[in-house]
Design a protein around this ligand. Sequence first.
Ligand code: APR
Length: 308
Amino acid sequence: MRNKISIIGAGFVGATAAHWCAVKELGDVVLVDIVDGMPQGKALDLLEAGPIEGYDLHIVGTNNYADTAGSDIIVITAGLPRQPGMTREDLVGVNAKIVRDVIESVMLHSPNAIMILVTNPLDTMLYLAKKVTGWPRERVIGQAGVLDSARMRAFMAMELDVSVENTHAFVMGGHGDEMVPLARYSTVAGIPITQLLPPDRVEAIIDRTRKGGGEIVSLLKKGSAFFAPSAATMQMVEAILKDRKMILPCSVYLEGEYGLNDICFGVPVKLGRSGVEQIIEVDLTDDERSAMERSAALVRSSMAALTI
Ligand code: APR
């Protein structure tokens, strides 16, 4: 039996996620969108690349949630991306309605799936998903920290002119401009960047990481990033389906960890076949703890706009 991965929203992030999924042969793909013909067209196009790339998967596009039945993983990317001048939080009203509709449909057909949210504002949409599904927090997970850490790693590698493979970055908190990149846990070949770079360069990397999504939005002028967000999502899918027990920063519903309750927030977790198998708590300095509190306050202000 092959794994079944349903991706809801066949726009830039969803279609690119399907592409990584096929190339990595993670499982059969169902691409769902509200627009008639578009997911069918993209799925067929991707299927037709199989003979060239050598993947041998079922890839279908549909407007019908019945086709997602029995999915192992549901990835939700449906919703509007931001435009220049917008924050992620500006999307809360419109995307909450879309995400709620999508969740109510998918949960009926795949009650045992692991759900990965990508739609922004991420932590708020994840909170909505957690409440609407009523599923255990281990199976309702948000993609943000893997992307933010990847961006930080790219900036560290550029700054130090080293391979990205030598880098490891540690970004916690909400997926907004108050996210919390932790320099002393971010390393190159195991050495913290605080020992390799002067404070102003470390600060510049942190600042660019925080604004990384906005930098792409400004360049594109229409829509937001999709290559790195979809790659980050598929790393999470792979960690789960291959039961890799990978420690990755993900948004998860907190019940007292890091002193936070009833909020979805980015923290390091262990991902395996059951979803979130452990939430890892690391020691924080007073400054880092304050940064976490500022980030949590921004998430809570966006959550306030939700009606659940
Ligand atoms: N059901 C299914 N699909 C929907 C629905 C719905 N109710 N409403 C919208 N969609 C689809 C749109 O038709 C579109 O194809 O969601 C897709 C979104 O794709 P894009 O507009 O290309 O946006 P994208 O760049 O993929 O971003 C999607 O991911 O990273 C986040 O901030 C980003 O919230 C945004 C989401």
